[in-house]
Design a protein around this ligand. Sequence first.
Ligand code: COA
Length: 267
Amino acid sequence: MMYTTILTELTDGIFTITINRPDKLNALNKTVIEEISAAMDEVYQNAVIQTVILTGSGPKAFVAGADISEFLSLDADGGAALAQRGQDKVFDKIENCPKPVVAAVNGFALGGGCELAMSCHFRIAAENAKFGQPEVNLGLIPGYGGTQRLIQLIGKGKAIELLLTAHLIDANEAKQLGLVNHVTTAETLLEHTRQILQVIMTKGPNAISRVLGAVNAYFDKSRNGFAAEAKLFGDCFGTTEMKEGVAAFLEKRKADFGGKQHQQRMR
Ligand code: COA
């Protein structure tokens, strides 16, 4: 598919989505939201894609937020619709993706950029990364899930402090708080992220999807996470993947899940 604001590349099962508006620090305008949404549809539909990296182009920014230049023309209904559309089309689609989506944060991840990174399953940051929710500087609050996911990741007290002060934190503080898993140099960020994904891709892909589904069930107030886990555990027993994994253990050999593709949604 042809995109104008993102770049996509598929190598060895890893699909890299690069937000590509470096002159605007990769700010999320309507086109970027539409194109990430379409790229995520590709992720869901293309069985060759096993894992995803989300990153930003240029040395300075992952994403410096929603595109502020689109805000002044909006009224209350327009603002609510903008937020809901983004949540439905991109942020929830990433979080609920049955394939691992990892943010490789290569600079500013502010506002919608921090929210985008938080919608991914986990985050790796370059040492120049900066995170924050500075919306209150604009008389706004986060609209792409920032008030919800920041609490989930770093806890209520620290999340409220960051949301109210608009302070930015660097990669090392983000790691201390549990917002990112690893900090790398800018040069090694993508390679480090790929190495982790390569480990994940040696595992059973349907089991990987079910882990993501069970973890997400914890945060879904309409569901019982323990019951969801038991059901997903049971579902594994119907897969050839599980038979291969268990047989390989008993036969003292390495399991071969190669070529088996993600087929199921997580629910
Ligand atoms: N929306 C729209 N444009 C943005 C943007 C955003 N969120 N963030 C940066 N840009 C644009 C700037 O307007 C500028 O465009 P211009 O060259 O046409 O004037 C360009 O990106 C470069 O940004 P600039 O501010 O000149 O870079 P800087 O290094 O001086 O500052 C930041 C970097 C990230 C501190 C600063 O750009 C910033 O505060 N951005 C907004 C962050 C924010 O509030 N995000 C939440 C939005 S809800």
